[in-house]
Ligand binder design. Structure first.
Ligand code: RRO
Length: 307
């Protein structure tokens, strides 16, 4: 039987497949469902200083091959997520907090609170596309450098960073320069592709309401952009990369690991299929590896061949 376990950022994962921050991970009940599933970790919804209702509905829409969302960071506020890791201990898997403070001071306060929690790691979200009036920090390299510097100074937990998709090699170089200098524990890429617009032709209106219909595109539509981001960062930086964007099968997971990912997260497909997806993708990846004669992820991680 293939061994899909991973050691990364000081944590042991029984497999390389777990949930992405975002879908069905706001409440303790939802997090317990992830805990009871075959997800190898429990990633919690991005949190802010104060609880938030999020944007107006409809704010999520499932498409043939993915989703569009403008949730607007609905969450219980960081004080709840600081308590949850100890309540989720019995599942025996890493619990990852996603931190998305609305300003640097908020992020510092939240990270300080998590220092005294049982959380296994932090994923600092620098890439939410849906907050009105707030640009994505991952697209402002000066700000990204400053936020990472301060956040890494404050956090005593292994801290990684969730990045937006990049589309230009110059931007990969800029982002890589910052990552090499600041040295987060891992990089998760990509967040949804920001500010897409899906139109219902019958209604002659967008399918979601906030921001005039503009929202983050996720799912299979973004898989190739996600793969490119994983590959580029794998070539440019030496740190674990978590691939996310359009993974819904074992073959998808295999492609991300071949591109260089240490692990993969599932977002839209978990939202649509529910918690059984983690075991299904795990078993499909194990079968795919067996057919190829691979017994461990290290047998093929990053070993993309030439066309
Ligand atoms: O809550 C959201 O609107 C949201 C967040 Br924080 C994010 O990071 N990515 C996304 O697609 N939606």
């Amino acid at each position: 039987m293939a061994d899909l376990s991973v050691k990364m950022a000081g944590m042991d994962f029984r497999s390389c497949i777990f949930n992405a921050a975002g879908p069905k991970d706001v409440t303790l009940k939802e997090l317990e469902t992830i805990g009871a599933s075959r997800s190898a970790a429990i990633t919690m919804k991005s949190c802010t200083k104060e609880p938030r209702q999020g944007n107006e509905e409809p704010r999520y829409y499932a498409l043939d091959m993915g989703s569009i969302n403008s949730m607007g960071l609905p969450n219980l506020g960081y004080k709840e997520y600081v308590k949850f890791p100890s309540l989720l201990k019995s599942f025996g898997k890493p619990v990852i907090a996603s931190v998305s403070g609305l300003c640097l001071e908020d992020n510092i306060q939240i990270l300080e609170a998590f220092n005294d929690s049982e959380v296994s790691a932090i994923e600092l979200n620098l890439s939410c596309p849906n907050i009105k009036g707030k640009p994505q920090i991952g697209y402002d390299f000066a700000q990204m450098d400053e936020v990472l510097k301060e956040a890494l100074r404050i956090s005593k937990k292994p801290m990684g960073v969730k990045l937006p998709p990049y589309f230009d090699f110059i931007h990969f170089e800029e982002a890589s320069g910052i990552l090499k200098r600041r040295k987060p524990a891992f990089v998760s890429c990509i967040n949804s592709i920001g500010n897409a617009l899906v139109i219902d032709a019958e209604k002659e209106a967008p399918v979601i309401k906030p921001k005039g219909g503009f929202g983050g595109l996720g799912g299979a539509y973004i898989k190739y952009t996600a793969l490119a981001n994983v590959r580029k960062f794998y070539e440019m930086i030496e740190m674990p990369i978590i691939g996310v964007g359009g993974i819904s099968s074992g073959k998808d997971a295999f492609e991300f690991i071949l591109a260089g990912a240490s692990a993969v997260q599932i977002g839209t497909a978990f939202m649509e299929e529910g918690p059984m997806i983690f075991g299904r993708v795990h078993d499909e990846l194990a079968s795919f590896m067996a057919r190829k004669g691979y017994t461990r992820l290290d047998d093929f991680r990053g070993r993309l061949k030439q066309a």
